[in-house]
Design a protein around this ligand. Sequence first.
Ligand SMILES: [Zn+2]
Length: 445
Amino acid sequence: MTVDLVIKNAKLVTPRGINDSGLIINDGIIVGITKDLHLPQADRVIDAKGKPVLPGPIDGHCHHTSPPDTAETSSQAGARGGFTTLLDMPPETTFNGEEYRAKRQRFSGNCYLDYTLHGAAASGYPTGSLAEQWVQGATGVKFFVSNAGPGWPQTFDGDIIEGFRELAGVNGLALIHAENDQIIQDNSRRLKAEGRKDFPAMLEARPKIAEVECGRRIIQYLEETGCRGLIVHTSVPETVYRAAEARIRGVKVNIETCPQYLYLTTDDVKKKGPWAKFAPPARSKETTLRIREMLSKGWIDTVATDHSPHSKEAKEAGVDDILNAPNGIPGLEPFLTLMLNGVNEGWLSLERLAAVTSENPARIFGLYPKKGALRVGSDADLVIVDMDKEVIIRNEDQITACGWTPYDGYKVKGVPILSVVRGTVIMEDGVVVGDKGYGEYNPRL
Ligand SMILES: [Zn+2]
């Protein structure tokens, strides 16, 4: 028989080990894993030349439509970075089932990569709005414990607890931005009154204690309600410890972090100001090293981009007054290469990388084993990586609509060189060869 695609000379990476095996792919599905000797005839044969093949990376936290990006431009940037599936996080807000359905329509036909959509919570919406979104297919419902700006009404504590209860009733997943709003508001008011506009002022506005306090409170609310929760973009070890300890008691809490908490520090904020402004903010070098260690030990479950590509103009407002710049940085393109660089630097293994970028998010978001696995019957989503190739990340090479990266000038070793989504090659040698609209909406399993 002749199949659509085989991949030979591959080192298949899974969270449980690395094997020299070939992959047989037909109709978008992995139909066989075997020694190269037994590979069948195929319409296309890709020679991985002994390089690692990872299960398709899933970005569990991507603000696709954060201006100037659109679903089209951000999924294209994601394809270039080696991702195969993106999970959209508002700002394109969906606070009830109807808004969720409408958003699904807007995404349809616009994505290069497979995708799903998270929903969102906000105080002021009637009970049932969160369960509705879940039933419509939401992979998570985002709660902003701190203020998210005018387009997204904040969720206050009584509503957080009720929202968790509502989601627990449908076995839903809460995604939580955990920072204590009162601490941030009080600090910001005081700093403004003092006339502070300098770069370190943003670090003082959002101190570690704001995140540590809120993480503890959220874990308590999850325990009280029995709701499943993922605390997103975690930057402090205290929350990771408390989640690990709570899991022993049966609390269903997981932890996400992002490359910015593995690479960028308070020194970057002091130097780059708005170009390294995101929330929660970068922490000390020491904390960053601790987060790396917790990721490698398995206490942190997933790594995602939190891609929020603000335009250069929007960010430049922060050069004169840092408190005026929007929070958020683009992250799709450099993501995988930064993580592979971590493998080369020795603070992460390829097996853990497969877990935190593919299998764990697929399990947490209800997509496993269709996504997140190199196994027979799963979607043929994968990325071949070159661990020896060195690149310098540059603003001018970015294809995301914002056209800049906080990692400009970083020299990294390890790059994605070819990716496949449901059996179709989407990216080859850093060039997106897939088509707009190829990406499919993936319902939870
Ligand atoms: Zn985010």
